[in-house]
Design a binder for this molecule. Structure first.
Ligand SMILES: NC(=O)c1ccc[n+]([C@@H]2O[C@H](COP(=O)([O-])OP(=O)(O)OC[C@H]3O[C@@H](n4cnc5c(N)ncnc54)[C@H](OP(=O)(O)O)[C@@H]3O)[C@@H](O)[C@H]2O)c1
Length: 281
């Protein structure tokens, strides 16, 4: 059976729309997201456009600020600092990757943790790893929302995460651990990967290697979550060989239509969370 991220994200839009309407009634304005894109990579352009469109569909304000690829790090940080003190802005998203001449961590740490909607500020990362309420990166949050919706029981289960990035693998592993799964994290230096994947009750893959996970690596009945987005000959494919792995998995995310839409859905919840925090301070 399919873990239908697209369908669930659509359902979430009804909830989000209602939340936005209520917030507008209560505080007189709708949440406002600024998305900053440096450069004009077609993939990043597609991502920022779909984020803006999703905001608008639920009644939020969103603007994409496009900066030239040669923008200096200093100029980007000045813009971020201006947005940090603008009360009309609730969320600031810096689309990654940034150009090579910028230090991503340094830039992201200039976004106010109270306007960080990607959960990538060191303070929000620290909160996640010390069990404090903060902003969780949208992709792992979206994955957890999907597992929760499909009532995938994680307690005592063996969750195997392939990938250990700050954006996906690490926060996802912590969220699974917080749900009392027993978590194994695999990465590019792992030896004999199959030994671990074949034991996974839930296998979550975020590496960026097309169709890396094959049927022989998956236990019968496992839940498989494919975070990967790869473009092969103009076609989007995940990190999992969907066609063959779906023969053994009990639940599996398609690509596209799985984790991607849930990431956007979780982002919108994060924007609302930052808006609400502002009014509760
Ligand atoms: N669906 C969505 O909304 C969404 C959101 C974000 C990302 N993504 C996609 O998810 C994928 C991963 O993104 P990311 O940002 O986490 O990527 P990343 O920062 O490049 O990290 C990739 C991770 O995969 C590991 N890895 C690479 N090759 C491997 C291999 N052969 N075997 C085992 N592990 C391997 C790396 O290990 P090392 O640490 O050892 O180098 C690293 O930890 C990409 O396809 C990206 O486009 C999708």
């Amino acid at each position: 059976m399919i873990l239908d991220g697209k369908g669930l994200a659509k359902q979430n839009e009804t909830i989000l729309k209602e939340k936005v309407t209520n917030l507008k009634g209560k505080f007189g304005r709708v949440p406002n997201l600024k998305v900053v894109l440096v450069g004009d990579s077609p993939a990043s352009m597609a991502y920022v456009t779909s984020k803006k469109k999703a905001c608008n569909r639920v009644g939020m304000d969103a603007e994409v600020i496009m900066l030239d690829i040669n923008t200096t790090e200093h100029a980007l940080i000045s813009l971020i600092e201006k947005m940090n003190v603008d009360d009309a802005i609730d969320g600031i998203l810096i689309q990654l990757p940034l150009p090579k001449h910028m230090n991503e961590t340094y830039v992201l740490n200039h976004v106010s943790p109270n306007k960080d909607v990607d959960g990538l500020h060191t303070i929000n990362g620290g909160k996640l790893f010390t069990k404090q309420d903060g902003i969780v990166p949208a992709t792992p949050l979206g994955v957890m929302m999907m597992l929760d919706h499909y009532q995938v029981n994680l307690e005592g289960k063996h969750a195997v995460v392939i990938g250990r990035s700050n954006l996906v693998g690490m926060p996802l592993s912590k969220l699974l651990l917080d749900k009392n799964a027993t978590v194994t994290i695999l990465h590019s230096r792992t030896k004999d990967m199959k030994k671990y994947t074949l034991d996974a009750d839930i296998l979550l893959v975020a590496i960026g290697k097309p169709k890396f996970v094959t049927k022989d690596m998956v236990k019968k009945g496992a839940v498989v979550v494919d975070v990967g987005i790869n473009r092969v000959d103009g076609v989007l494919v995940g990190d999992v060989d969907f066609e063959n792995v779906s023969e053994v998995a009990s639940l599996i995310t398609p690509v596209p239509g799985g984790v991607g839409p849930m990431t956007i859905s979780a982002l919108l919840f994060n924007v609302i969370k930052q808006y609400e925090v502002k009014y509760h301070d």
